[in-house]
Design a protein around this ligand. Structure first.
Ligand code: ZN
Length: 193
């Protein structure tokens, strides 16, 4: 799929998911379908989740190729998704997920409130298992936060019976810390999504 994306005409399919509408564009990677409503939102997302300069340099040396800008985001998100599975030791090579990008915090909250009925925190991103979708505020998301939500997606796919939510949350925080290069604290604090 080209960077410019295509307008979705299959409205019936998408109208059932809050926050995803028939006028959205699609950016398709090998593993992830990303919905967005403006190219600037997609570009901002790319900048927010870009690996650091060292990782990018190593990547380019290993692959020996220069990617065009349209291809970069595909690599960023697919590689991150695979890395999350590696950290968890839960390979799900066939797992495909969706993401919906928002540029406004209020738009994300509208969707969040629909699912949670207005309870709880105000997350920069959250994974909704029933939709197999990560909803993201591109102004607030980081690589670590995205990896955390990807970990929720992997865990929910990996286990036939979902692990207790605290267990899943600890695993996701571990992934976040690994990706962010921070030390891991075993017990989660208040923040939880
Ligand atoms: Zn979480």
């Amino acid at each position: 799929m080209k960077w410019a994306g295509v307008i979705i005409f299959f409205s019936v399919l998408f109208n059932s998911i809050p926050g995803i509408c028939q006028h959205d564009y699609i950016y398709q990677t090998n593993l992830i379908t990303i919905y967005y409503n403006d190219r600037s939102v997609l570009l901002r997302f790319k900048e927010r989740i870009k690996p650091d300069a060292m990782a990018l340099a190593i990547d380019n040396i290993l692959l020996g190729e220069e990617l065009n800008p349209d291809e970069e985001l595909k690599r960023y998100v697919d590689k991150l998704f695979q890395k999350v599975q590696l950290i968890l030791d839960m390979p799900r090579p066939k797992l495909k997920i969706k993401m919906r990008l928002f540029s406004e915090y209020d738009d994300l909250m509208k969707v969040y409130n629909k699912y949670t009925k207005g309870k709880g925190a105000s997350p920069p991103a959250f994974f909704m298992e029933s939709e197999n979708t990560i909803f993201i505020n591109v102004r607030a998301v980081t690589r670590g936060i995205l990896a955390h939500e990807m970990a929720h997606a992997v865990i929910s796919d990996y286990f036939i019976i979902d692990p207790p939510s605290n267990v899943a949350e600890i695993l996701c925080r571990y992934v976040d810390k690994k990706i962010s290069g921070q030390s891991f604290q075993r017990f989660p604090g208040k923040r939880r999504y």
